[in-house]
Ligand binder design. Structure first.
Ligand SMILES: [Ca+2]
Ligand SMILES: [Ca+2]
Ligand SMILES: [Ca+2]
Length: 225
């Protein structure tokens, strides 16, 4: 015989079970759709040596790229950049070297430039940017230099997956599903890549006189399908 107490217990169990199912459902719905294992996605590796950095004054170990990895999966372009030292978590003071005054380096960035058409020479048709401030937030965007319309500056189209300040790598992805001919999957395009660290003056401007750069030669890149 089922007593009132047993009924309450059964209802409680059913209620808890429904709540668990609902919470699991919500978690799955809101969970970021990053793949569990992105390593197989990063199919194209571009090791970069040390020693070809363009460093004007002071030391910027975080600008030195050791490896660039690119891959495409579903709607996303994935970029992983490994550096020879962790990205700083605080501003790095640099001494003044005439004519550049002393100031602080805070900005860390990279850009992957693609020339996707068959025109002569290299020009940038679309650029994938990632920029962060040491110990602070980041901005990831796509700059389209061909069509100055709705696709001109796509902010919020990229995400940082792992790494950042305090780590010696960045793992970023970009939603390329709306880029159309600017991201021709399967085609071979010309590409280059720049790692940068930049200074900020007392007014928050970027005079660029303590900018450090590590170019990474990509050359021709066949965009995975
Ligand atoms: Ca390097
Ligand atoms: Ca072009
Ligand atoms: Ca280099």
């Amino acid at each position: 015989m089922i007593t009132a107490r047993m009924c309450r217990l059964i209802l409680l169990i059913v209620g808890v079970a429904l709540l668990v199912i609902a919470l699991v459902g919500c978690a799955q719905f809101s969970a970021p759709s990053w793949p569990v294992d992105y390593i197989p996605i990063l199919t194209d590796q571009f090791p970069d040596p040390a020693g070809d950095e363009i460093v004007p004054a002071g030391s910027y170990p975080s600008v030195d790229v050791t490896n660039l990895a690119l891959g495409v999966f579903e709607d996303y372009l994935y970029i992983r950049v490994d550096y020879s030292a962790p990205i700083p978590t605080t501003a790095q003071d640099v001494a003044g070297i005439w004519p550049a005054p002393a100031d602080s380096v805070m900005d860390h960035s990279f850009v992957l430039n693609l020339d996707v058409d068959a025109g002569p020479g290299f020009d940038i048709d679309v650029a994938f940017h990632c920029k962060l401030r040491y110990g602070e937030g980041y901005t990831i965007y796509i700059l389209n230099t061909v069509i100055p319309a709705s696709l001109d500056l796509l902010e919020g189209i990229g995400e940082l997956g792992e790494g950042g300040s305090g780590f010696d790598f960045l793992l970023v992805r970009y939603d390329v599903s709306r880029l159309g001919s600017l991201f021709p999957r399967g085609a071979t395009v010309s590409a280059n890549f720049w790692s940068r660290a930049e200074d900020i003056d007392a007014e928050g401007g970027q005079p660029g006189d303590h900018e450090a750069i590590d170019p990474v030669g990509v050359g021709f890149w066949t965009i995975p399908n």
